[in-house]
Design a protein around this ligand. Structure first.
Ligand code: SF4
Ligand code: SF4
Length: 313
């Protein structure tokens, strides 16, 4: 799907509309867009002549046709309303002193799925700001493995653009759900950008973010990833996490990590109730933010969401 809108519309609707979550999808492949080198905020460099702008069509906050993207990415639509499309969910722990996420990156390099990785280099925590780095081997990845989602808060998708300009292929990325929404829009669009050189997308499940636009986010797990990593809901203090495996390539990397004794499965059928609590809390709260206070107009009457609750009781 392509919409006939461009950078001015993106600026008015998303950036000035306080919906932007600094993902970098709009400025990853277009010279008319850039991001602020202090804050990571997207901005329009100069007006372009495009009527169907890549920036507008890449942005996860301009429009997000979830079912259409799922159909194109996975060949099916979601099996679970909150978690999205997946093949398996397992609970795992690391088998060495390294993090689960690092072990997945190592397995991705070792299996040949990736030759490069886009990771984040956090610059500040308040406000959260990070910038992308591209590494070419697992050893260099080690110091950039995120510990929390806010370590990723910045225009990471521009890292894919940079890797493409550097003629790199087989690029992996660890990012937040919102980044992967933008990347998925680019990958399933008819624009030829070079983003198709991405060979692995790992999402860090995000219960809430620190940016203004985060209050409108309803993706907890990273629904457009190959593998989602969620420490949320795993037994507290155990160092364990859930892996939501969505694609063949995701399965290949997890299998390699298990085969090489990097991670081990602690439960093949984990109790997801605690993760679903986090997930549902975020979705419920942010759906209400999206809907706003005025739920609907019934003839002459604007029904406030609280009044509507009373009517339903
Ligand atoms: S693509 Fe990302 S960075 Fe650009 S305007 Fe949209 S949300 Fe902001
Ligand atoms: S809540 Fe998390 S996933 Fe959602 S927009 Fe914010 S950082 Fe991105």
């Amino acid at each position: 799907m392509k919409i006939e809108k461009s950078s001015q519309d993106l600026e008015n609707e998303v950036i000035f509309g306080e919906l932007c979550i600094h993902c970098g999808s709009c400025n990853a492949f277009c010279p008319h867009m850039d991001f602020d080198k202090e804050t990571g905020q997207a901005y329009v460099v100069d007006e372009c002549a495009e009527t169907v702008g890549l920036c507008y069509n890449a942005c996860p906050r301009s429009f997000l046709p979830i079912s259409e993207i799922e159909q194109k990415l996975f060949g099916e639509t979601r099996v679970d309303l909150g978690v999205g499309v997946y093949k398996d969910i397992i609970q795992v722990k690391s088998k060495n002193k390294d993090d689960i996420l690092y072990n997945l990156v190592l397995a991705a390099f070792e299996s040949g799925v990736t030759k490069h990785f886009v990771l984040s280099d956090p610059k500040s925590t308040k406000p959260p700001v990070a910038f992308p780095v591209v590494v070419d081997d697992a050893k260099s990845a080690k110091k950039y493995i995120p510990k929390k989602t806010m370590d990723n808060a910045g225009p990471l998708i521009t890292g894919i653009g940079q890797a493409y300009l550097d003629k790199k292929r087989d690029i992996g990325i660890i990012a937040n759900p919102c980044h992967l929404q933008g990347l998925a829009k680019i990958l399933t669009s008819d624009f030829h950008t070079g983003a198709e050189r991405t060979s692995l997308k790992i999402a860090f499940a995000c219960s809430s973010g620190g940016m203004t636009g985060c209050k409108y986010c309803t993706d907890f797990s990273g629904e457009f990833s190959d593998i989602s990593f969620s420490p949320w809901g795993a037994p507290k203090g155990s160092g364990e996490a859930f892996l939501i495996i969505r694609t063949e390539v995701g399965q290949k990397v997890v299998d390699k990590a298990i085969k090489d004794n990097l991670i081990e499965i602690t439960s093949k059928e984990p109790d997801l109730s605690s993760m679903k609590n986090f997930l549902n809390k975020k979705r419920k709260k942010n759906f209400l933010n999206l809907i706003g206070k005025d739920l609907l107009t019934a003839k002459y009457l604007k029904l406030n969401i609280d009044e509507f609750k009373d009517i339903l009781q």
